[in-house]
Design a protein around this ligand. Structure first.
Ligand SMILES: O=P(O)(O)O[C@H]1O[C@H](CO)[C@@H](O)[C@H]1O
Ligand code: HPA
Length: 195
């Protein structure tokens, strides 16, 4: 029987469970990761002191369904560098999304979108709406700065005329407060790893 293939990318919490599980099962902390395609999994055999973890044993991990893909992570050392090899990859044709991408639309604010505007933006392919980051990035790029932006999705757009919900700044602040510690951790980790 073929394994169930997730169609959505995992949440932060699910990814953290995966990452904690992996860290508990190997002391290797890879500085590089190599994806091995069909017939190329042999590279993983050259890894020194390998720790082999099967995809099927890793929580929340996708499964390889293609013949010739071993379906395991091999952690160890290659040319003196700590690395991990994926012996088996995940393809679009197996039903895996290439990447969970979204379209961020930036509007002028400060008002929140009306239901009609939300519906229009949704029908145009928008996944998220903001009134800040897009503008900032445009100005920064104009000044020649390289940018990396994070936007916390803080509230749901209201699309239903019968809904009693209304997007509001209190909800945005509330979500911001709930996620502040994670955002702070994420940003400081990114900064620490910057060359
Ligand atoms: O205040 P920032 O962080 O921009 O986030 C958002 O929160 C406000 C809307 O509630 C807007 O200012 C919007 O940009
Ligand atoms: O619902 C929203 N719309 C636009 N900008 C926003 N910023 C936070 N929430 C929103």
């Amino acid at each position: 029987m073929l394994p169930t293939i997730p169609t959505e990318s995992n949440s932060y919490e699910e990814c953290k469970i995966t990452s904690d599980w992996l860290k508990a099962h190997t002391d290797v902390r890879p500085v590089l990761a190599i994806v091995c395609g069909s017939g190329l999994g042999g590279l993983a055999k050259t890894i020194k002191d390998p720790v082999i973890l099967k995809y099927q044993d890793i929580p929340n991990f996708p499964q390889s369904t293609v013949h010739g893909h071993a379906g395991q992570l091999v952690f160890g050392t290659l040319q003196g560098k700590q690395c991990v090899c994926m012996q088996g990859r995940f393809h679009l044709y197996e039903g895996y999304p290439v990447q969970k991408e979204g379209v961020y639309v930036v509007l002028g604010g400060p008002s929140f979108e009306t239901i009609a505007e939300c519906r229009m933006l949704h029908s145009m392919g928008a996944d998220a709406v903001g009134m800040s980051t897009g503008h900032e990035v445009i100005v920064a790029r104009h000044c020649g700065m390289r940018c990396f932006a994070l936007s916390l999705i803080s509230n749901q757009s209201v699309m239903d005329y019968t809904s009693k919900e209304k997007a509001n700044h209190e909800e945005v602040l509330e979500t911001g407060k709930e996620r502040a510690a994670q955002m702070e951790q994420l940003v400081s980790t990114i900064v620490a790893r910057m060359e």
